[in-house]
Design a protein around this ligand. Structure first.
Ligand code: SF4
Length: 322
C-alpha cells in the first residue's frame, strides 16, 4: 500500500523561559491512500502539535528536535521554509475546527475558491470557476453559482465548513488533515460532514489524518486509530481492535468516559486525576499517576514502557501487556 504520510520517531519541544520541554516523544505512524487515521486523546496530549509539525506551522517557541515526516516520499523536515510552503499548498490540505480561520471574511466564496484553484492547479479563471462549481456540488451545496457570489458571513457554520472542504479538496491534496472539523457544528450537521468526508476519501484517492477527542466520531470515520497520552503514542490499531479490545489503561479510560446510553442508568466514568502539564516530571510511565494498575507493578514508576505488537497490527505501550 502506498503511504501518503509516514512519521518516524518524531520528537518536538516547546521552549518556556529558555528551557526546552518535550511535547512529542518518539511518535511514529503512517497513513495509506484511501485510509482515515484518527489521532485521539485529551486536550494537551499532542494531537494538534502533531498536525502543526506536519504542516510546519509550529509557533516560534516550538521546534522539531529529531525524526522525519514523509509526505508522498518527501521528508518535510529537510525542506526550506519556502519549499515547505509550496509543498503544503500542493500536497496537503487542512480543515480547521472553525472555518472562519481559513476563509477571508472580506472576499467572496467564489474569489477565494478560484484563487486557490488557479494557484494550485494552474487553471485559467474560467476553468477555475467551473472547478469551483464542481467542488461545491461535490460537497452537497445547492445553487453553487449563487453561493460563489456570497461572503462567508452569509453562510451558516455547516455551509462554511463545506465550502472550506471544497476549497481544500479542489487543490487535489494527497493528504488531508482535519483538526476537530466537526466540534463546532451541531450533531446533525456533524453527521453530514463526516459522511461527506467518508465519501470524498474514496473519490479523491487521498489519505486523511483526523484529529478528535470524540470517540463517537472515531467510530464513524476511522480505519485505524492512534491514541496519544502526554505526547507519547500509547496504543495503535484498527478501529475494530481499539473498540473491541482496547489494551492500554488510558484507552480503556477514554472508552469508559463515553456516556453509556444502553445502560438503565446513564453512566459516565471519567478518568481519575488530572492531565500532566508539559513542565511536570514523571518517572517511568507518564500515565502512572492516573493508572488503576500502577500500584501492582514497580516498573511503572521506574521505566517508560516500550511499544510492543500485542496482535498483528495492534500495538501498545504498557508494562502489564508484555
Ligand atoms: Fe499503567 Fe503501568 Fe501500564 Fe503505565 S505501564 S499504563 S502505569 S500499568
Amino acid at each position: 500500500m502506498e503511504k501518503v504520510l509516514d512519521i518516524q520517531n518524531l520528537h518536538a519541544a516547546f521552549s518556556i523561559q529558555k528551557k526546552d520541554y518535550e511535547v512529542l516523544h518518539d511518535i511514529s505512524f503512517s497513513i495509506n491512500r484511501n485510509e482515515t487515521v484518527c489521532v485521539v486523546g485529551e486536550s494537551g496530549c499532542g494531537k494538534s502539535v502533531t498536525t502543526l509539525c506536519i504542516m510546519q506551522l509550529l509557533p516560534k517557541n516550538g521546534k522539531i528536535q529529531s525524526g522525519s515526516i514523509y509526505v508522498d516520499g518527501t521528508d518535510l523536515t529537510k525542506l526550506s521554509k519556502k519549499e515547505v510552503r509550496k509543498f503544503r499548498g500542493k500536497k496537503m490540505g487542512m480543515i480547521f475546527q472553525e472555518p472562519m480561520t481559513a476563509l477571508n471574511p472580506l472576499l467572496t466564496i467564489g474569489f477565494q475558491l478560484r484563487e486557490n484553484i488557479i494557484n494550485h492547479r494552474g487553471a485559467s479563471k474560467k476553468e477555475a470557476n467551473a472547478i469551483a462549481i464542481e467542488y461545491l456540488k461535490k460537497v452537497g451545496i445547492a445553487n453553487p453559482e449563487q453561493r460563489l457570489k456570497q461572503y462567508p458571513f452569509q453562510l451558516s457554520g455547516g455551509l462554511r465548513q463545506r465550502v472550506l472542504i471544497a476549497m481544500v479538496l479542489s487543490a487535489q491534496p494527497d493528504l488531508l488533515i482535519a483538526d476537530e472539523p466537526t466540534t463546532a457544528l451541531d450533531v446533525t450537521i456533524q453527521k453530514q460532514v463526516l459522511s461527506l468526508l467518508n465519501d470524498l476519501k474514496k473519490d479523491m484517492n487521498a489519505g486523511i489524518l483526523f484529529i478528535t477527542h470524540d470517540l463517537g466520531v472515531v467510530a464513524e470515520i476511522a480505519d485505524r486509530v492512534v491514541v496519544l497520552y502526554a505526547g507519547r503514542k500509547v496504543e495503535e490499531g484498527t478501529t475494530h481492535q481499539i473498540f473491541k479490545n482496547p489494551l492500554h489503561p488510558y484507552t480503556i479510560g477514554l472508552m469508559n468516559a463515553v456516556p453509556n446510553v444502553d445502560l438503565d442508568e446513564f453512566e459516565i466514568r471519567p478518568i481519575p486525576g488530572t492531565f500532566p502539564n508539559i513542565t511536570e516530571k514523571i518517572d517511568g510511565c507518564r500515565f502512572n499517576p492516573r493508572c488503576p494498575h500502577a500500584s501492582s507493578c514497580p516498573k511503572c514508576f521506574e521505566t517508560a514502557p516500550e511499544m510492543i505488537e500485542a496482535e498483528p497490527g495492534h500495538f501498545v505501550a504498557c508494562h502489564l501487556k508484555k
